[in-house]
Ligand binder design. Structure first.
Ligand SMILES: [Fe+2]
Length: 505
């Protein structure tokens, strides 16, 4: 693993990796660990790094010789790494969902997966079985005394933040109705309205789509209590994975996409495989006023969005009459067809994620867009204290090559003002997960802190955790994990140091 301070991009088409090294990460998590002290491979854990890194992702990819059709169908497994006094302890647990328990007992898949995993027995066995398996595998956040494992098509599962023991389905202190879905992408308002808040949503979709926007207290005795709640209905089907916030707005991008449920009903495809880009469709930005902001109780505003498909946004902010949002755009909805093996995907045939900035002028209704970075990226974030504000820096995982899609092999720091970049390269056999930016506490500069990411080491076939300095991506430490962890989805950081951060405004 080498740190490179300069751009190491290769021309499009030249591969920097072997498919086998990349796909070797896909395996079942074999065991559960409790408070295992992690060994350092190199470097030192910064003593000021004090808190818990939580990570969610698929932990079961195969049962009885049958592989999931897409890793997103794998049951959720939470890993936590607790940092204190320059040492790190590791714990991991499968989430004991009702369906995980049933399938563990049966030793085979009993449920269909949204991304195409079928029950044994072919189409006849799968047809008309429209049950959703809550796999709780997409994100993990701490809210009050609960650790919540999130999957956007169902209610969260509540876990013990320390032992990771599963408590059961959570309705978040009564905020959610029975079986109400809850987004896996909450946004944390660092305190635009005095107290910090968690903003999240649920969506009920069909020919019309209703977004329920919820804000929760995250501090003190009331942590986890619902502060505000509004519902807005929009025309058309809405696939909404992520959103962004500013002090006054919640911003969604309604992709131009259609849902044809027939192949799902007939047992031929998973529900997500029935999503298709709408030819000549028009995506929309949906701006919903936040109840704590200056447009509270006003109706939403709707604007035409540029072509493309968006899973994730980086950040958003307000500047005079403009709402500015940075998002990762794909040319089209990337999916894995019914006959394809996800371990053999050809990255060159997948659209790449390009970071774009859209300026939405609330007075003129005009939108101006510019490319911030053409290099294929995912999992981008700003300093959490800059959520909803103009940020100078962003951090993301990128492909190693300059253009086209590829596995995530670099951490990139991008200066959003002058485009200056720093890279940390995981090497040809190193593959990244989502990098998390952890601010120093207290911090003076916006890029004062660390970057944490799980790595798959395709050479030793082991999982590692890397710690980089956020300012220049210099390597601080590599820790060896006691289990192999397949590529995961999202994670979070919970600070244990009670010192209040200096506000970065
Ligand atoms: Fe996501």
């Amino acid at each position: 693993m080498a740190k490179l301070a300069t751009n190491t991009d290769l021309p499009s088409g030249l591969e920097t990796f072997k498919q086998q090294d990349w796909s070797s990460a896909y395996c079942n998590v074999e065991k559960e660990c409790s408070n295992i002290q992690l060994d350092l491979i190199k470097g030192e854990i910064p003593k000021k790094l004090s808190g818990i890194f939580y990570k969610n992702g698929p932990g079961v990819l195969e049962r009885n010789g049958q592989w999931v059709h897409h890793p997103f169908d794998g049951d959720g497994m939470i890993a936590s790494i607790n940092f204190q006094n320059g040492k790190a302890k590791f714990t991991n647990r499968f989430i004991r969902t009702k369906e995980w328990i049933e399938e563990e007992k049966a030793g085979e898949f009993l449920y269909r997966g949204v991304f195409g995993t079928k029950k044994p027995g072919g189409a006849i066995s799968n047809a008309f079985d429209l049950r959703l398996k809550n796999i709780a595998n997409t994100n993990v956040i701490k809210l009050g005394n609960e650790l919540l494992a999130l999957w956007e098509a169902a209610s969260p599962y509540s876990l013990d933040p320390e032992t990771l023991e599963t408590h059961g389905i959570s309705n978040i202190n009564g905020a959610l109705k029975a079986n109400e879905p809850f987004s896996a992408h909450p946004r944390f308002d660092p305190g635009h309205h005095k107290e910090p808040r968690m903003v999240s949503f649920s969506v009920k979709t069909g020919p019309k789509s209703t977004i329920r926007l919820m804000e929760f207290s995250i501090q003190g005795q009331n942590a986890g209590s619902l502060l505000s709640d509004r519902k807005d209905t929009f025309k058309g089907f809405a696939f909404l994975h992520d959103f962004a916030i500013t002090p006054n707005w919640a911003i969604f991008l309604q992709n131009a996409i259609d849902f044809n449920p027939l192949p799902f009903i007939l047992g031929q495809k998973g529900a997500a495989q029935c999503l298709k880009s709408k030819p000549n469709g028009q995506g929309k930005f949906l701006l919903i006023p936040r109840d704590c902001g200056k447009f509270a109780n006003k109706p939403p505003q709707i604007f035409d969005a540029p072509n493309g498909f968006v899973f994730h946004h980086l950040n958003a902010y307000e500047k005079k009459q403009e709402v500015v949002i940075d998002s990762i755009f794909y040319k089209d909805f990337p999916s894995i067809g019914p006959e394809e093996d996800f371990r053999e995907i050809n990255f060159n045939e997948l659209p790449e994620g390009i970071l774009k900035r859209c300026r939405i002028n609330l007075l003129t209704n005009k939108i101006e867009c510019e490319i911030l970075s053409k290099q294929c990226c995912e999992f981008a974030m700003v300093n959490p204290n800059k959520q909803g504000l103009p940020a100078k820096y962003s951090w993301m995982a990128t492909a190693a090559k300059k253009s086209g899609n590829g596995p995530l092999q670099q951490v990139k720091k991008l200066n959003l003002i002058n485009n200056e970049t720093h890279y940390w390269n995981a090497g040809s056999k190193g593959f990244l997960n989502e990098p998390i930016m952890v601010p120093n506490n207290p911090a003076i500069e916006e890029d004062d802190g660390w970057i944490l990411s799980l790595i798959w080491n395709g050479e030793s076939k082991t999982s590692e955790l890397i710690i980089l300095q956020a300012s220049d991506l210099s390597h601080q430490a590599t820790l060896k994990l006691p289990i192999k962890i397949p590529y995961g989805l999202h994670g979070s950081w919970v600070n244990l140091n009670q010192t209040k951060s200096i506000e970065l405004t």
